[in-house]
Each structure stands twice: as C-alpha cells, then as structure tokens.
Design a protein around this ligand. Structure first.
Ligand SMILES: [Fe+2]
Length: 223
C-alpha cells in the first residue's frame, strides 16, 4: 500500500489508498470511498472543500509525525480516521448553507452516527466522537452543559490519540489557518489544566510537525 498525500493541490488532493485494506479483520475504506462519503453528506461544494481539505491536511500532519517518530501503529487506521474524523460537521449546516457554530461541539458525535449508519465499524466511528479538543469527560459535559451524551469521549488507542493531536494543528475557521504547537498550548489552557497537561503529553509523545510545507502548499496562514 502506498500512502502519503500529494499536497500540491488544495481541493482535488491526489489520494493514494486506492483499495480497501483489512486491519485485524476489519475492512478500512479506501481513500476514494471516503471521498465519496464526504460528497454524499456535504450539503454544498463549499462545505466539502472546507471539511475534506482540512481532513487531508490532518492526515498529512499525522503521517509526517508517524514517519518522523517511527511509531509502531496502524497507519491505515490513522489515515482513515483523519480523513473521516470531521464528517459530522456536514450535519451542522442549515438549508441556506450556514454552519451552526453553537452546536459545533456535537460534530464528533454526529460523525459517529453517520459512520454507524453507513455500517462502518465502531473502531472507525470512534475517530469522530473521540477527537474533540483534548478529549471531553463526562464531567466536562455536565459542568459546561454541552449538547452531548454524558460519557467520557477520550482518545484511548494510540491511533485515536494521533488523530486527535494532528487535528489541533489546522483550523477550519474563516479563513482556515494552521496552528503552531505553542499557539495551541496557549489556547487550550483556558479549558483547564488537565487539557493543557494532556496536550503537553501528546506533544512530547508525537513531536511537533513541520507545518511549513503545508503552509506553503495550501496558502493558509500560520498562527
Ligand atoms: Fe478536525
């Protein structure tokens, strides 16, 4: 299997897992199958471009970290998790194509629902519902009154941790931006010391990605 995204194009990213692969008895969809799922649920081309491009960037960041760290983990699973993790965002668009930012925190659970309805295994569904911020606990949900089922939504496997971590280095805000490790570290502290510590742990575990090639390829600013 060949992996790695061609980042020379923004929207029509050349995807390189052309056939489904089997991981421990579970079929992981190919890049084209994942792209087709994005097309199926994206309400507009603009939404597709925003969300799918972000997912491919997160994938490129995760794969760079895998290549640099030499970690033994399931690369195909990380790739699929990155490409699928934000698919639930599409369910937050209204009929006029506006994104409901007030319910944004629920996009992970909505993505989990989409993938479950599509018959994808729980292992893949979890990448959606377990990547938000540095993870959400039952207590976070209760204390902050978040519109989520009261449960711990915490990355558990190394693959889930990497998808969650890589996601922090790019934001779909308008316009989209890359986020440095120091910028994210400064901003996550407002969510609590436990979140800041978690990011610090992941940072020392996976390292800091070199965002310069992606900044240059996509033309998004680096904060
Ligand atoms: Fe994301």
């Amino acid at each position: 299997m060949t992996t790695g995204l061609d980042v020379t194009t923004t929207h029509e990213v050349l995807l390189k897992v052309s056939v489904p692969v089997t991981v421990e008895g579970m079929i992981v969809p190919s890049d084209e199958e994942i792209r087709a799922l994005h097309h199926k649920y994206a309400p507009t081309r603009k939404a597709f471009d925003l969300v799918f491009t972000h997912c491919t960037i997160v994938c490129a960041i995760a794969e760079q970290l895998i290549d640099r760290s030499g970690f033994t983990l399931d690369r195909a699973l990380v790739r699929a998790g990155c490409l699928l993790h934000d698919i639930g965002v599409y369910r937050l668009y209204d009929r006029s194509g506006r994104l409901d930012h007030t319910r944004y925190v629920s996009h992970g659970v909505l993505g989990h629902q989409i993938l479950a309805e599509e018959g994808l295994p729980e292992t893949l569904c979890r990448f959606c519902s377990h990547h938000t911020g540095m993870g959400l606990t039952r207590k976070d949900i209760r204390d902050q009154g978040l519109p989520l089922p009261e449960a711990d939504h915490l990355a558990e496997t190394v693959e889930e941790e990497l998808v969650m971590y890589a996601d922090k280095f790019h934001s779909k805000r308008t316009p989209p931006v890359f986020v440095s490790a120091d910028t994210y570290a400064a901003s996550v502290a407002r969510f609590g010391e436990d979140k800041a510590i978690r990011f610090k742990e992941l940072r020392s575990c996976f390292g800091v990605p070199d965002l310069a090639p992606l900044v240059s390829a996509h033309g998004h600013a680096l904060l």
